[in-house]
Design a protein around this ligand. Structure first.
Ligand code: C2G
Length: 132
């Protein structure tokens, strides 16, 4: 079984998230998502609308996702890859190069981001068009 992992906050789920999850799953048979905890989000200067429990439940409802584990710190990826016998690490290419150190443990693939959508854009659009 070929196992894939990806990481993120996945707040206010949108097509960019679905695309990366779908495309990541296509590289193997099993997809694990390292989901940023609410505390880790603060380290990323992010405040998610949905808390961890709700973001986890939403991800677990997605057909491409087989397992969700908490992401509590930057440094856990090597342990996650070894402990979960991961073969492929996938991230959007806004992270290109940032995780090349993982090539010692698994294949590292950066996929093109979906253009024109982001959680930040959704929040901004709602701020501007209050009646949306
Ligand atoms: N993404 C995408 N297209 C978009 C928006 C996001 O492909 N339009 C991808 C990102 O590249 C990332 C994943 O969706 O691979 C999750 O994005 P975020 O929830 O914003 O996660 P991020 O804050 O980038 O956290 O340790 C890694 C971090 O936890 C990644």
């Amino acid at each position: 079984m070929k196992k894939v992992i990806t990481y993120g906050t996945f707040d206010l789920l949108h097509i960019g998230h679905i695309n990366i999850l779908k495309n990541a799953k296509n590289y193997g048979d099993h997809l694990t998502v390292g989901l940023s905890s609410d505390e880790f989000n603060l380290l990323k200067n992010k405040k998610s609308y949905h808390n961890y429990a709700n973001r986890k439940a939403i991800l677990e409802a997605i057909r491409y996702v087989d397992q969700v584990i908490p992401e509590n710190e930057w440094e856990q990826k090597i342990k996650d890859i070894v402990d979960n016998k991961i073969n492929i690490f996938v991230m959007g290419d806004d992270w290109k190069g940032k995780f090349d150190y993982l090539k010692e443990y698994c294949e590292v693939i950066y996929l093109p981001r979906t253009v024109g959508i982001s959680t930040t854009k959704i929040k901004e659009d709602f701020k501007v068009n209050k009646n949306v």
